[in-house]
Every structure is written in C-alpha cells, then in structure tokens.
Design a protein around this ligand. Structure first.
Ligand code: ATP
Ligand code: MG
Ligand code: MG
Ligand code: MG
Length: 566
C-alpha cells in the first residue's frame, strides 16, 4: 500500500476524553473513529488488524475441529422468553419492534439462536459431538461504554458453542477450546492468565474460566497466589481493592501447591449432599473450608503456560464407592457451586481410579498428578466474605503458605460449561444409542475480538506509539524514503516495496512528500514491526533497518535488508 493513498489520518494528540492508552493510540494511529458512545468505525488500517485477528481465530478454531456458521443479529424476543432471559438480561439487551409490532432483540450473545438451530437439526447421538462458532457483531447497551473498543456497545465477538452427549464429552470439548485459546492469545502476543470466574447472566451448571489480559486499565481485579496456582476474578465478588495496592508487574511464579486439604466426609452420599446443598446456595457464596483453609485443590495443568485445571481429591476408600454417574454429578455440582464465587473448586479424583478419572476433565491425561489426601480434616462451609475482603499480602485461600497478590486484568474471553441450562428449557434433546431422549450438553466460549485488539495495544506500546506483534501488524514492513524529492531514494524504496510485496509481505510505502520527522513519528505511532529507512546512504546501496518491536538498528545493504526481512 502506498501511504499517500491510504486513509490513515494520524493525530498528534488524542481527544482528551480518551482515557485508555489503547483508545488514545488507536485514535491517533488512525485505526478507529467514534460514531456514537461505544460505537466505532474501523478505518482501513484498523480493519486490517481486525482481519488478522480473525484469521488467527479462524485457523485455531478450525484446527480444533469447530465449524463456522453465521447467525442473525436480529433475534425474536420469543426465543429469549423461552430461555427466560428476555427479562433477566435487563437494559443491556437492545430491544426493538418490527413494523408488525413484533418484538426483537439485537443479539448480545447467541445461546438462544444456536440452541434453536440445534434442536431443529440434531436429534441423534450420531450427530454429536459438534462445535459451531461464528464471528459476529454483538450489541450490548452497556451502562458505561468506555475505553474505546474495550467496552463498546457494538463489538465484534467470536462465539463458539459445543454440543455433546454427556459431561465427559463436554469436558473434552471444553479442554479443546481452552487449549485453542492459549494458542490464539499466544499468537497475538498477549500476556494473559486464565482465572476462575463468575457465570454471570449466561449461567449454566458447569463452571467457567476467564482469560484475563494483564493491564492496568483492566476493570477486573485478579487475586493471584504467589505460591500455588490459585487465581480468581474478585470483581465478580463485588469487591474492589484500593488502586495503590494493585501490583502492576507480572506474576509468573506458580510453584506447585505442597499441601492438600480434604473434607472429612465418610461416604459418597455425604459428599453428594454437601455439594448439592452448596450448589443450591450458589449465590450465597459459600466456600468449603477445612482447618481454616478451603478444601479446594487446584492441581497443575499445562506447565508451559501455567493454566489452571480443575482437579481435586477424595479419599481412596471413597473412590471405590463412586460410580461414573455419581462422579459426574459431583463434578457438576462442585463446579456449579464454585464458579459463581470465582474460587477454587473441590473435585474428586484419585490417580488410581482411571475409570472414574476419565469422567473428569483431563483426569486421564498423563501429565496429571493426583495426590492422596490427608484424611480426618474437619469439613464445614463458611462464607466467602473473608476472601472477598482480602487485601494484597493476605493468605491464599487455597494453600497454606501463599500470599495473595492483586492485578488488574481485562477479560478477553470467557468459557462456560453450560450443561443443560439451555437444552432443557428449550428442549434441545437427542436420542442416545438405547433410543432414550436426553438433553444435549452444551458449552460456550466467547472471545471479544475488538477487545483483544485493544488489549494487545495496552500491552504493546511505548511513548511513541503502538508496537504491533508480528502476526497482528497491519503491515509487516514499512519502507520509508527520507525524502520524496530524492529520485534515487524513491527508486530504491519503490524497488524494495515491489520486491517485498512480491515475496508475500504486507508492505507499506511512505511515498508522501512530508518532512522526515513527520514520517518517522507516524511510523513509530502506527507501529509496523520492521522499518526500512531509505536515506542519503541509498547512494551507496545502504539502508537502515529498524525493529519497532525491539532490537538493534542495522545499517545494511539493500540486498541484506531483503534477506533479513525474509
Ligand atoms: P464484562 O465482564 O467485561 O462485561 P462479559 O462477562 O459481560 O464481559 P461475556 O458475556 O463473557 O462478557 O462475553 C465474552 C467476551 O466478549 C468477553 O470475554 C469480552 O472479551 C467480550 N466483551 C464483552 N462485553 C464487551 C464489550 N462491551 N465490548 C467489547 N468486548 C466485550
Ligand atoms: Mg458484561
Ligand atoms: Mg465479565
Ligand atoms: Mg464474561
């Protein structure tokens, strides 16, 4: 692309009402413009970034075996009444009427529409499992749209929905998506942490994780243990800690938890009862406590990225009592109970019980390490209050030794195990192999694409502007002749532009007749990863290679520049 023809209106200053760095930089770099509060136009360069993000997401979704669909934004209110959410969703739901006075909503999310589709098209176990996704505009009349694309009223989301025969299948689908998200965010260069979270309006009985991009502007507060893998979103517990107490550095120490607590429950029935009871009291935010510590145990998952997986324990003798169905019930109840309070979850397993283990997410995976339990600890429930009022430095609710640290995070994605929440009320059933009718087990998985774009800018910038990670950069190489009046410079730059373009790179050529200072400022601002400056030394066949993403500037020959870029 020739910059002289590109609609990329860069600004010296951002409008003063733009608070978030990403918002300011995206306005200044000419990526977006506001139409109304929380509603934005993507200019050509912004659109390019968005498309690159979509491409990464599509690739990873397709690799994970998902199929892309495209659902309507305009949805009949009746469908929302069937799920019970028409009223429940509140003023965030954009409602409208057609000319016949029929009520509609603009989709803030698509559980209803997809469940309606699936109940019509899927009726046999042979058609399951299946995971469908779309990339689509969502509408939410947010009370406080702000921070540019971080909290819009019209925004782009990738939402995926899995449909399985049973919970075991759901755990597998969930894990597949969870893993795909790790790859997506890693490719975007996003530093993130999965945390346990609240089920919100979407609900479901199965539990949920959020992926939080760490950034000071984040509206959520994450409590992270400095010793074990405990990490939770405290915001949903309605709790804000003082700004000054929040750490802005990253925590990447995740030593393995050493101590494990367990309830002193003697029979499976007792445990089922306890978990069932707590599930009933979801909103009362209960927490299992043993010896003053939660019973919940988080066992390590993927070491590479320190993700959190659910696991837990039970005395070995109890495992013998548990059949698969009981185990699934326990898992469901336990997760359902702990999800909304955003805390660790007591779940059930022992390394010796492969058959039972396989009923639980990842339990049959080889890198899981189940631990035996210290028996005889008193089991009781208590209120979450203690944890919610925690301040940095307080003891971790999950392990004995750890201290809590607090971070700000942006929720970039959430995954839910919905279970039968929608399939039951909307009658999305299938016939199993024995011919009996069962509700389909669902999961849903949402990435805020436009929010991710902002989150990436929050994490990748400096004083001068954006520093796009390679895979998201609107252009990969920026060729900048210092003087448009210098025929030789323009000639060398033009050739580089052609050659790199032919080699498959996205190249931007600054062919504008502007002062060098202006060109360089813009180049820094828009943050293309590699810049080739063609200056006076072009006469000697030399150019300058500057890496916006870090690294030393190099004086090289044009041939070498081409080689290095490639
Ligand atoms: P939040 O807690 O920030 O309001 P949410 O929990 O309501 O988000 P979900 O319903 O879980 O959001 O939607 C899935 C994803 O969509 C979120 O993880 C987030 O990345 C994105 N998202 C949600 N609301 C917005 C918004 N107003 N603007 C941009 N992205 C959003
Ligand atoms: Mg919301
Ligand atoms: Mg949220
Ligand atoms: Mg959410």
């Amino acid at each position: 692309m020739r910059q002289s023809q590109l609609l990329m209106p860069t600004l010296r200053e951002a409008p003063s009402e733009a608070e978030a760095i990403s918002h300011r930089l995206m306005l200044r770099a000419g990526l977006i413009r506001q139409l109304a509060a929380g509603i934005y136009t993507y200019l050509p360069t912004g659109r390019r970034v968005l498309r690159k993000l979509e491409k990464i997401i599509r690739e990873e979704m397709d690799n994970a075996g998902c199929q892309e669909v495209f659902m309507p934004a305009m949805q009949p209110a009746d469908l929302w009444r069937q799920s019970g959410r028409y009223e429940k969703y509140g003023p965030e739901l954009v409602r409208l009427k057609d000319r016949h006075d029929r009520e509609f909503a603009l989709g803030p999310t698509h559980e209803e529409v997809i469940t309606d589709l699936v109940r019509g098209e899927i009726n046999s176990y042979r058609q399951l499992p299946v995971t469908l996704y779309q990339i689509q505009t969502k509408f939410r009349d947010e009370k406080r749209p702000r921070y540019g694309l971080l909290r819009g009223r019209e925004f782009l989301m990738k939402d995926a929905y899995s449909f399985d025969k049973d919970w075991e299948g759901l755990h597998e689908s969930y894990q597949r998506m969870y893993d795909a998200y790790h790859r997506i965010f890693s490719r975007c260069g996003l530093r993130f942490r999965p945390v346990e979270a609240d089920a919100g309006t979407i609900g479901g009985e199965g539990g949920t994780h959020e992926f939080m991009a760490l950034a000071d502007i984040g509206e959520d507060t994450i409590a992270v243990c400095d010793r074990c893998q405990y990490a939770a979103n405290l915001e949903k517990a309605g709790y804000r800690i003082p700004e000054t107490a929040i750490s802005t550095e990253e925590s990447d120490a995740y030593p393995e938890p050493e101590k494990i607590h367990t309830p002193n429950i003697r029979t499976i029935d007792e445990l089922v009862q306890a978990l069932d009871a707590s599930a009933d009291k979801m909103l009362k935010t209960l927490l299992f406590i043993a010896d003053g510590n939660p019973v919940a145990v988080i066992v390590r998952g993927d070491h590479e990225v320190n993700e959190i997986k659910l696991a837990g324990l039970l005395q070995a003798d109890m495992l013998e009592l548990a059949d698969q169905e009981t185990t699934e019930r326990l898992t469901g109840a336990a997760i359902g109970f702990a999800g909304p309070i955003g805390l660790s979850i007591p779940v059930i397993v022992d390394y010796s019980a492969a058959d039972i283990g396989s009923a639980i997410a990842g339990a049959n995976e080889s890198d899981y390490h189940w631990k035996h339990v210290r028996p005889g600890v008193h089991f009781e429930m208590t209120r979450l209050g203690d944890v919610r009022n925690a301040v940095p430095g307080d003891g971790c609710p999950n392990c004995d030794e750890g201290k809590l640290r607090m971070f700000r995070g942006i929720e970039v994605k959430q995954v839910f195990k919905l279970g039968t929440k929608y399939s039951e009320v909307m009658q999305a059933n299938y016939l199993d192999a024995a011919g009996s009718e069962k509700p389909i087990i669902m999961g849903c998985y949402g990435i805020g694409i436009s929010r991710v774009m902002s989150a990436v800018v929050e994490q990748h910038h400096d004083e001068q502007g954006i520093r796009w990670p390679l895979e998201l950069a609107p252009y990969q190489v920026h060729v900048v002749p210092v003087s448009a009046k210098d025929a030789l410079q323009m000639d060398v730059a033009g050739k580089l532009y052609e050659e790199l373009g032919a080699a498959g790179f996205d190249v931007l050529l600054d062919d504008r007749d502007e002062r060098p200072g202006v060109k360089f400022k813009d180049s820094d601002l828009i943050g293309v990863p590699v810049r080739i400056v063609v200056g006076r030394q072009a006469a000697d066949g030399m150019v300058e290679l500057i890496y916006r993403i870090g690294g030393e500037d190099l004086q090289v020959s044009t041939e070498e520049a081409l080689k290095l870029v490639r």
